[in-house]
Every structure is written in structure tokens, then in C-alpha cells.
Design a protein around this ligand. Structure first.
Ligand SMILES: C[S@@+](CC[C@H](N)C(=O)[O-])C[C@H]1O[C@@H](n2cnc3c(N)ncnc32)[C@H](O)[C@@H]1O
Length: 300
């Protein structure tokens, strides 16, 4: 698979620049386009996406005044949430022009310009000399390409301060996975630059890049419910979806969301959040010793 920047930019535009209004039909109001976190297994997506953003921010142990880089920030949901509720200075980057325009407009509307920005940029073009306290990459590894994992995980590490935390949230496929017609459909019509690895293969590349792995959490069933809810919400707005994006795109997205729900339910796909720490000196910085701060629902 060809993997230069312009091919990736075209692949990202194919998927994410369909129409912001089309995505708004089935995403939650914060426009989060990754696995939600259902504290209530029968819960609503709106609450579950807010809880996911909190889960990510708490894992990263975000503190007021810290800098956060949100790689592959989508429509800016995490960046804005972290700036508003955790007092960080957040910078998101996305390779979708439509997402970046939407996020810039929303940041302005919500009065967050001083603490939050979103740039239309390939993460590979981030200046090497700027380093952050914390980094998140939520739903991006699926677009990176396995041969690029060493450069990706190494590049993230180079942009993090010593002692800093990095959370990677992404889809994996089951061990021993083989190409299928479903995958060919996804590659041809939905995610032209998509590529998935196994969990163990991904962890190995993280370790090779020098990361200390702090925590690994599987959220497969959360993604099954998220995809089901997206598919149902899209079907419920079918006429508007057709009007915004056309019959072909509506049907393609409905099929892909439904197939994805089935794949997560059947465990051929998984979703893992991996929390990592950068250190040259293991005594640098302090991190929570237990998972208790994640579940303490007092003020963040
Ligand atoms: C599945 S979306 C996730 C968006 C967001 N993190 C969320 O949770 O809603 C994947 C994102 O990765 C971004 N992306 C993919 N490749 C990228 C690249 N090379 N540089 C910057 N962003 C990239 C896409 O533009 C998109 O915003």
C-alpha cells in the first residue's frame, strides 16, 4: 500500500470530508468518532462519549496549565473537553480540512481560543522542537500503516517531555487474522489507507520505540455498542443522510457501521487503550500508582 503524505491526505479526505452535517446526523453532539465508554451497559451515546473523554483525560492525569497534543483530533471533541474541564492548553491536528474548519468555528463559538486550537496538519509535519506534557492519539493508529509504526511511536515520543504520558486508543484485529472480503470492502470504499495490527504486535512496536507501558484496557464491547448506536441513528435519519451525501455514501456507511458492530461483537476486532510513559530516568515525574483516580467521580 502506497503511504506518502499526499496519498494519506486523499484517503483521509475520502472518509472525513464527506460532509460535517452528514456526520452530525449520527454522532453525539460533541462529534466524537471513536469508541464511547458505557459506564451503564445500556446507556446513551451522548453520556458515554462524555465519559470516554473524561476517561482519557483522567488516564493522562491532566493538570491545569499543562500542554496536550491531540493527534488526529477529528472535530476537536477531546481538545475542547480537556481545555474546558481540565484547564490544559490543547492543540489538535487533523488531516481533514472539513474537521479543522468545523473545530475552529466551534472553538471560537465556545470562547476557547486562548486555550485550544486545531490545525489542519499531517502529524508528520509537527515541528520537532515543540514538546508537550501529555499526548493523546485516539483512533489514529488505524491510519498510520504497520510499516510506519516505528516512525510513529518514535515521533510521538520525541514530542513528549521526559516523564510525560501518552495514551493510544485504537482498533486491533484478532491474532492470526487474514484478509477477507469485508476488509477489501472497507479498504476500497470506506478507509482507503486503513491497516490494523494485533494487540501484541502493536505493544511490541511500542516497547521497541522505548515506551514504558503503564496500563492496557480492552473496550471491545463498548465499541460494539457504539457502532450499533451509530448505525441505528444513521438509519433513523436516512432521508437527510441521502440528501446530504447521496444514496451510495449513505448505504456504504450504513453497511460499514453495521459490519463493524458485528465484528466487535464477534471479537474479530478489538479496541485497546494503552497508556505509556516516556522516561530516560525512571525516577523523573510522578504518576498515579493505582487506578483509583480514574473512578473517583469527585471534581476532576
Ligand atoms: C477516527 S478519527 C478520530 C477522531 C478523534 N480522535 C475522535 O476520537 O473523535 C481519525 C482522525 O485521525 C486523523 N488523521 C489520520 N491520519 C492523520 C495524519 N497523518 N495526520 C493528522 N491527522 C490524521 C483524521 O484526520 C481523523 O481526524
Amino acid at each position: 500500500m502506497k503511504r506518502d503524505k499526499s496519498t494519506d491526505a486523499r484517503a483521509i479526505a475520502h472518509h472525513y470530508d464527506v460532509s460535517n452535517d452528514f456526520y452530525a446526523l449520527f454522532l453525539d453532539p460533541l462529534m466524537v468518532y471513536t469508541c464511547a465508554y458505557y459506564r451503564d451497559p445500556d446507556g446513551k451515546i451522548e453520556q458515554a462519549q462524555q465519559d470516554k473523554l473524561d476517561h482519557v483525560c483522567r488516564k493522562l492525569d491532566l493538570r491545569p496549565g499543562e500542554t496536550l497534543l491531540d493527534i488526529g483530533c477529528g472535530w476537536g471533541g477531546l481538545s475542547m473537553w480537556a481545555a474546558r474541564h481540565y484547564g490544559v492548553r490543547a492543540q489538535g491536528v487533523t488531516l481533514s480540512r472539513a474537521q479543522a474548519d468545523y473545530a475552529a468555528e466551534r472553538i471560537k463559538r465556545e470562547g476557547l481560543e486562548r486555550t485550544c486550537r486545531v490545525d489542519y496538519m499531517d502529524y508528520r509535519d509537527l515541528p520537532a522542537e515543540v514538546v508537550y506534557d501529555k499526548i493523546a492519539a485516539v483512533g489514529v493508529i488505524e491510519h498510520v500503516g504497520i510499516p510506519n509504526y516505528p516512525a510513529f511511536f518514535g515521533g510521538v515520543r520525541a514530542r513528549l517531555k521526559d516523564g510525560g504520558l501518552y495514551l493510544n486508543h485504537g482498533i486491533v484485529h484478532e491474532f492470526g487474522w487474514k484478509r477477507s472480503s469485508q476488509f477489501e470492502f472497507l479498504l476500497r470504499h470506506v478507509f482507503p489507507n486503513g491497516e490494523l495490527a494485533s494487540l501484541s504486535g502493536t505493544l511490541t512496536e511500542m516497547e521497541r520505540a522505548g515506551w514504558e507501558i503503564m496500563d492496557v484496557e480492552g473496550l471491545r464491547l463498548h465499541y460494539a455498542r457504539t457502532c450499533r448506536q451509530w448505525a441505528e441513528r444513521l438509519c433513523a435519519r436516512a432521508d437527510e443522510a441521502r440528501a446530504l451525501a447521496g444514496e451510495h455514501t449513505y448505504r456504504t456507511w450504513r453497511l460499514y457501521l453495521t459490519c463493524s458492530a458485528v465484528a466487535f461483537e464477534g471479537s474479530s476486532l478489538g479496541l485497546y487503550q494503552v497508556l505509556m510513559r516516556k522516561h530516560r530516568d525512571p525516577k523523573v515525574g510522578d504518576v498515579p500508582r493505582t487506578r483509583e483516580p480514574l473512578y473517583d467521580r469527585g471534581p476532576a
